[in-house]
Design a protein around this ligand. Structure first.
Ligand SMILES: [Zn+2]
Length: 59
């Protein structure tokens, strides 16, 4: 198996990782109830997504 010739120093490894950071979740207000919710997810408080309720199956 090919391997790196030398061990990468902690400094070099950590310098590379300075670009790694946690991103804040995309939050938006629900268009039905105004509650803060995750973007592209059904609203946790009223169950609406794209103007339709996702709680009751449509049949
Ligand atoms: Zn809602």
């Amino acid at each position: 198996m090919p391997n790196p010739k030398r061990k990468m120093s902690k400094t070099r490894r950590d310098k590379r990782r300075t670009h790694y950071k946690a991103e804040a979740p995309a939050l938006s207000a629900c268009s039905n109830c105004g509650e803060v919710k995750l973007a592209h997810h059904a609203c946790p408080s009223c169950g609406y997504y794209n103007g339709r309720s996702m709680l009751i199956p449509k049949n």
